[in-house]
Design a protein around this ligand. Structure first.
Ligand SMILES: O=C(O)CCC(=O)C1=CC=C[C@@H](O)[C@@H]1C(=O)O
Ligand SMILES: [Mg+2]
Length: 374
């Protein structure tokens, strides 16, 4: 693949509804879209960072800097990239900054698929023609409101309901939902809001027949999670703790989790995602694809990786309309009764719309072969 130009777009999209988690409330998403111009096609990637370092250490500003000043020049240092698997090797000298790496690498995966006239799913080795998806519900102002919102999404057919919890908004809220919906597939995401001192709360949650409890303890822990998992029957799912295949190996070895929420950005890209997928498949650890409140470009990448066989649990890739008044791709991502069809057109399968990209672009730079046009 001959890469002729790379653009970075800083985007802002207003969320339809505020999204509250244990570490704060989001009302809009600021993120970066990467466009990689090849001979005949453009590959698209999404950098799923936030404006502030609440989820991980990266922000829009850090990612922009790392891509502009280190990762893009590194890509141009290669006369030819023959396969996207080469990109993560190129980025190895640079520590962490996984979401920045994943955005560029993802755009090159999309370009590769388009230039080879295959879908991104096929390029990744996906086997499914459709995927089951669930939905993630932020912390609600009241238990009654939570039950109402859960009912709305159950009626829309989502295959699993993920509910955000934090100390003080956990057991009673989930008990009320379980009472109203005794048989639904239901899970909790704590975003690291608890410690082992909260063991009694976890023992109460353990009675609610949850599919899993996601990231209950510290964002960089696997030791205490192993101690907690030995005391509850509900599977622990790790999200923030897993940044690489190495992290996944250690967590599985220690018994820190029985499920992993895979996020392409958090682990540094699609090549690393495939490695984690294959290893977890060998070890009998099911995966699902988490979300970062992405636009349709990031959602398209999530849909493609979810087509791999060991993504056996419904993920967070809900319809675009859950988040946005208008998405920046056509068609928009749509789940029907909790099912999304894998696109059959080359690449990511959802076409970014230039006028919508321009409408929501706050800033753009074009980085050609060694020159900058601000
Ligand atoms: O709908 C989605 O995109 C998933 C949203 C979601 O649950 C999360 C997004 C970003 C960080 C966290 O708050 C949380 C998660 O931990 O998965
Ligand atoms: Mg999570």
């Amino acid at each position: 693949m001959n890469i002729k130009n790379i653009s970075l777009r800083r985007m802002k999209l207003k969320l339809k509804d505020p999204f509250q988690t244990s570490f704060g409330t989001q009302t809009e998403r600021e993120f970066i879209i990467v466009e990689v111009q090849g001979e005949n096609h453009v590959g698209y990637g999404e950098c799923v960072v936030n404006s502030a370092p609440f989820y991980n250490e990266e922000t829009v500003k850090t990612a922009w800097h790392i891509m502009e000043d280190f990762l893009i020049p590194r890509i141009y240092s290669q006369s030819e990239i023959n396969h996207p698997d080469e990109v993560s090797k190129l980025f190895k000298p640079f520590r962490r900054n996984n979401m920045a790496k994943a955005a560029l690498e993802g755009a090159i995966w999309d370009l590769y698929a388009k230039e080879n006239k295959i879908t991104l799913s096929e390029a990744l080795g996906g086997s499914k023609k459709s995927i089951d998806v669930g939905i993630s519900i932020g912390i609600q102002p009241s238990v009654d409101e939570l039950v109402r919102v859960v009912g709305k999404y159950v009626n829309e057919g989502y295959k699993r309901i993920k509910i955000k919890i934090k100390p003080g908004i956990d057991v009673d809220a989930l008990k009320a939902v379980r009472k109203q919906f005794p048989t639904i597939q239901m899970m909790a995401d704590a975003n690291s809001a608890y410690t082992l001192d909260d063991i009694e709360i976890f023992k109460e949650l353990d009675q609610l027949n949850l599919m899993m409890i996601e990231q209950p303890l510290a964002h960089d822990d696997i030791i205490d999670h192993a101690k907690l998992q030995s005391q509850i029957k509900t599977p622990i799912c790790l999200d923030e703790s897993i940044h690489s295949l190495e992290d996944a190996k250690k967590a599985i070895e220690l018994g820190s989790c029985r499920i992993i929420n895979l996020k392409i950005g958090r682990v540094g890209g699609l090549t690393e995602s495939k490695k984690i997928h294959d290893y977890c498949s060998e070890k009998g650890i099911p995966l699902w694809c988490g979300g970062m409140l992405e636009s349709g470009i990031g959602r398209a990448h999530n849909i493609a990786i979810t087509s791999l066989s060991n993504f056996t649990l419904p993920g967070d890739t809900a319809s675009s309309s859950r988040y946005w008044d208008e998405d920046i791709v056509y068609p928009e991502v749509t789940a029907v009764e909790g099912v999304i069809q894998i696109p059959e057109t080359p690449g990511i399968g959802y076409a970014p719309q230039k006028e919508l990209l321009d409408k929501y672009t706050e800033e753009v730079i074009n980085v050609g072969c060694g020159y900058y046009v601000k």
